[in-house]
Write a protein that binds this ligand. Structure first.
Ligand code: UN1
Length: 513
C-alpha cells in the first residue's frame, strides 16, 4: 500500500539484513534475533531488521576508535565539506526518506518531509560551524605570555534517539559531532530502525566517494542492552540520549558514575499561557498544532493550556468546535492532520491517562475514543482529547505521549499563570500568547518561565534548528542543535605560552630555587 516497498527499494532498505553499519560495510551475525516492523497506520509489516549483539557493539566501537585517529586530524572545514555533501544527498532523497519516516513512525507526510528538512538545515548549520569552532583569547597577567583556549575533538559520541523524531535528532548530534572531529555511533529507537538503515544507505555514497574511513558514522540496530552498554562504556566520552525521563535517568546515572558526559533531552510538560490580551486566532491555531501535531508525540507537544478566567469559556468553545472535526487518518493521505500513535502500548497509555485523570476530577470535554473503524484499517488511531483539569492532578503532572490537552484556568495577574506553568517537574518548552508587553516580558524574566524554550505568540513545538534545544529540571539540562550547543562535543583546553626568559608565577607567588 502507498508504494512503500518501492520507497524501501529506492532507499536500499530491503537489500540489507545486517544489524550494524560502520559506514560502507554492514555486519552482524547471520542468526541474529530479527524484529518485524509494522506500520502504525495499518499494522501491516513493512520489513524486518536484525538486532545486534553486544559483540557487534564491541566491533563497532573498535572500528570507531580507529576512525577517530584519522578523522580528528582532518581540518574542520574539510570535515564540513563532507557534511555539505551529506546535506545535498538528503536533499536528493527528501521525498522517499520523508515518506518512510511517515510510514514507519506514523507522522503525517508534511511532518515527515519537515523532519528531513530539519536534517538538511542542521547540515547547513554544521557546514558554517566547521569554520567557526572559536575559542577566546585572553590577556595574561604575566609579561611575554600568551593565553588562549582551543576546542579539540572529544572522541566517540553515542547517540540514542527516540521513535518520534527517528532521524532528525540523529542529525543534530551526528553532524555537529562530525564537524567537531568526533565519530558517532547511533542506536536508533527499536521502534523505528528502518529510517536509520535508510539514512545509513543515503550517506554511504558520500562516504565511499570521499574515501572516508570506516567508523566515522556508525549505526547499530538493537535493544536496550545496546544503549546500556554505551552508557557504561568508558570508550564513549559523550552519550547523547533523547527519550523518556525514565530512560534518561538511567543513562545519566550510569554515564555520571564513570564521570562521562551525558547530553539528555527528556520529557516535557509544555504549557501555553493565554491571557485576555491574546490574539486568539493565532493562539487557537498554535494550541491545536502543538497538541495534536505528530499526534501529540513530540517532546515539545502542548500538554497544558493555562487560560485566564475571563476568556476561558471562549477558548474552550473554539477548541471544542475544532476537535471533533480533526481529520484523522492515514499519514500519507492528503488532508490528514492527525495520524496514528506509534503502537498499541501508546494507545493503552492514552486510554489509561484519561481514565486516571477523570478519577482525579478531570472533566473530559471531547475525544478520548480509540478508533478501530474499518476505514482506519486497524491502525493505532485515537480521537484527540480535551480535558478540563487542575494543574496539581498526578496525571497532569506526568507526560503522556499522546494527544491529550489539559485546560487549566487561572485568575489574577500573569504571575499566577507562570507559577502554574512552572509547577511541574519537567522544563522543556513554554509559551505565552499576549499582545501586552508587560505580560510578555514578565514571562521571559528571571522569575518567569523556567523552561529551556520560552516563546511569545508562537506555540511550544516546532523549534528552528538555529537555537539551542533542550530543557531544565527532569528534561535533563542538555542542549542540542544550534547556538553554541557544539561545545559539548569538544574537549576544551586552555593554553598559556611563555615566550620570555623568566618564569614568573601566577598570583605573583615567589618560589626561588
Ligand atoms: C522532539 O520531539 O524530540 O521543536 C524534538 C520541535 C522539533 C523537535 C522536537 N523541531 O518540535
Amino acid at each position: 500500500p502507498h508504494g512503500i516497498q518501492d520507497v524501501l527499494r529506492q532507499l536500499g532498505v530491503e537489500a540489507e539484513n545486517a544489524a550494524y553499519s560502520t559506514g560502507r560495510n554492514w555486519g552482524g551475525s547471520a542468526n541474529a534475533e530479527r524484529r518485524t516492523i509494522n506500520a502504525p497506520a495499518d499494522g501491516r509489516r513493512i520489513a524486518s531488521v536484525a538486532f545486534a549483539t553486544t559483540e557487534d557493539y564491541d566491533t563497532v566501537v573498535k572500528t570507531a576508535q580507529e576512525a577517530f585517529k584519522t578523522w580528528s586530524l582532518v581540518p574542520a572545514p574539510k570535515r564540513g565539506e563532507i557534511v555539505r555533501q551529506i546535506g545535498n544527498k538528503l536533499r536528493e532523497y527528501k521525498e522517499p526518506l520523508g515518506k518512510l519516516v511517515s510510514v514507519e513512525m506514523g507522522k503525517i507526510l508534511q511532518e515527515g518531509l519537515g523532519e528531513v528538512q530539519e536534517m538538511i538545515d542542521i547540515c547547513d548549520f554544521a557546514v558554517g560551524l566547521s569554520r567557526q569552532l572559536h575559542g577566546f583569547t585572553m590577556h595574561s597577567e604575566r609579561p611575554a605570555h600568551r593565553m588562549y583556549e582551543q576546542y579539540q575533538p572529544l572522541g566517540l559520541v553515542g547517540i540514542i534517539s527516540a521513535f518520534n523524531f527517528p532521524v532528525a535528532v540523529w542529525s543534530w548530534n551526528a553532524m555537529l559531532a562530525a564537524v567537531c572531529g568526533d565519530v558517532s555511533i547511533w542506536k536508533p529507537s527499536e521502534k523505528t530502525p528502518l529510517t536509520a538503515v535508510a539514512v545509513q544507505h543515503i550517506i554511504r555514497d558520500v562516504l565511499v566517494e570521499n574515501d572516508i574511513p570506516e567508523g566515522v558514522f556508525s549505526t547499530i540496530i538493537g535493544g536496550a542492552d545496546i544503549g546500556a552498554a554505551m552508557a557504561a562504556d568508558r570508550r564513549v566520552p559523550l552519550v547523547s540520549a533523547t527519550g523518556s525521563t525514565r530512560m534518561g535517568r538511567k543513562v545519566g546515572e550510569v554515564v555520571g558514575a564513570r564521570l562521562g558526559r551525558a547530553l539528555l533531552e527528556l520529557g516535557g510538560n509544555n504549557a501555553i499561557i493565554v491571557t485576555k490580551n491574546a490574539d486568539l486566532d493565532i493562539a487557537i491555531r498554535a494550541i491545536v498544532f502543538g497538541a495534536v501535531g505528530t499526534a501529540g508525540q513530540r517532546c515539545t507537544s502542548t500538554r497544558r493550556v493555562i487560560i485566564e478566567d475571563s476568556i476561558f469559556e471562549e477558548v474552550k468553545t473554539r477548541l471544542l468546535a475544532i476537535y471533533p472535526k480533526l481529520p484523522i487518518g492515514h499519514p500519507l493521505q492528503e488532508g490528514t492532520l492527525v495520524g496514528p500513535l506509534i503502537d498499541g502500548d501508546a494507545v493503552k497509555m492514552f486510554s489509561e491517562a484519561l481514565t486516571k485523570v477523570q478519577a482525579e476530577g478531570g472533566q473530559l470535554l471531547t475525544g478520548g475514543e480509540v478508533l478501530s473503524s474499518t476505514e482506519l484499517n486497524g491502525g493505532n488511531y485515537v480521537q484527540p482529547a480535551l480535558v478540563e483539569v487542575e494543574n496539581h492532578y498526578h496525571t497532569v503532572q506526568e507526560e503522556t505521549f499522546a494527544p491529550i490537552l489539559y485546560l487549566i484556568r487561572y485568575s489574577g495577574g500573569v504571575e499566577n499563570a507562570i507559577a502554574l506553568q512552572n509547577d511541574v517537574r519537567q522544563g522543556l518548552s513554554s509559551s505565552i500568547f499576549t499582545l501586552n508587553m508587560r505580560e510578555a516580558e514578565a514571562f521571559l524574566a528571571a522569575n518567569g518561565s523556567d523552561c529551556g524554550i520560552a516563546n511569545v505568540n508562537i506555540g511550544t513545538s516546532g523549534a528552528e534548528i538555529g537555537g539551542a534545544f533542550g530543557g531544565e529540571k527532569e528534561t535533563g539540562g542538555g542542549r542540542e542543535s544550534g547556538s553554541d550547543a557544539w561545545k559539548i562535543y569538544m574537549r576544551r583546553q586552555t593554553n598559556t605560552i611563555n615566550y620570555s626568559t623568566e618564569l614568573p608565577l601566577a598570583q605573583g607567588i615567589k618560589f626561588d630555587v
